[in-house]
Design a protein. Structure first.
Length: 280
């Protein structure tokens, strides 16, 4: 059966790069023209999806793909020596009680902007978002440089710089000598966590699906001032930009993260995104 890569109506630079890489390996690429799945694609036995969470929720179940993503509280469960900051997984209602600046983000969608809020009062109110919306609340830190690492089965397949001093600044691995160290840190941190384990990896660390994107960066140690590597976050590869990473290698990870449900291994099933039921 011919493999097909499905793209949403709004195609990004990453979508275009993945489309080119997919065609080079003999895949068919279909770009949707709306938010309703074409009849010939419903339940396609060999479909993969690259899209944002809203579009994935709209068509994923009918398409029949399994979308792998990290647990919502994965970052908060990591030991502090890997994050180098305090991170709490809580609800939007509790976060509204904050009386200090904090970085607040929804863990797996874009229901509100991820940024530093001066206090909980600046967060969306109950008239906009429900109280029980999950959020990650983090200490305010300034990353000197940030890298995106694509991992499959515990191995970093490709890496790209995407920010310097909190500003978008994209560079391929070969154009930033720190890329190798970023990949090494991600590999050492997550190598035995990305095997689709049943919730816990080495030393009780929270596990990851077998295909995932992990962002890492350099933070200045508050005591020594020396830059130290830290985990920024983990994201679903099927919804993440590739920046300047090798498109073919990143596509390998993305295809594994969003593939037919029948191909999802038992170990990866705990990381399946829960999709809305198909309306008939």
């Amino acid at each position: 059966m011919e493999r097909v890569l499905i793209l949403p109506p709004r195609v990004t630079e990453t979508g275009l790069a993945y489309a080119d890489a997919a065609r080079r390996r003999g895949m068919r690429v279909e770009t949707m023209h709306g938010w309703r799945l074409s009849a010939h694609l419903a339940g396609h036995p060999s479909a993969h999806l690259y899209a944002g969470p809203l579009f994935a929720d709209a068509v994923g179940a009918e398409l029949g793909v399994g979308l792998l993503e990290p647990d919502q509280d994965w970052l908060a469960r990591l030991p502090r020596e890997l994050t180098r900051r305090e991170i709490v997984f809580t609800t939007l209602d509790r976060a509204r009680e904050l009386d200090r600046p904090a970085f607040v983000k929804p863990p797996d969608d874009k229901s509100f902007p991820a940024r530093v809020y001066p206090s909980g009062a600046a967060l969306p109110g109950p008239d906009i978002l429900d109280d029980d919306v999950p959020v990650l609340v983090s200490d305010v830190v300034a990353f000197q440089v940030e890298f995106r690492c694509f991992l499959a089965e515990g191995e970093v397949r490709t890496v790209s710089r995407y920010a310097v001093a909190e500003e978008l600044d994209v560079a391929a691995a070969g154009d930033d000598p720190r890329s190798a160290a970023a990949a090494d840190f991600a590999q050492l941190t997550c190598a035995d966590l990305t095997d689709g384990g049943a919730g816990a990896g080495r030393d009780g660390r929270p596990a990851l699906p077998s295909a995932v994107v992990v962002d890492v960066g350099l933070l200045a140690d508050p005591v020594t001032g020396r830059p130290e590597w830290a985990v920024i976050e983990a994201n679903a590869a099927w919804a993440s930009g590739h920046y300047a990473a090798d498109a073919a290698a990143a596509l390998d990870v993305m295809l594994r993260s969003a593939r037919p449900l029948a191909e999802i291994t038992p170990a990866d099933r705990p990381y399946l995104r829960r999709l809305p039921a198909v309306e008939r």
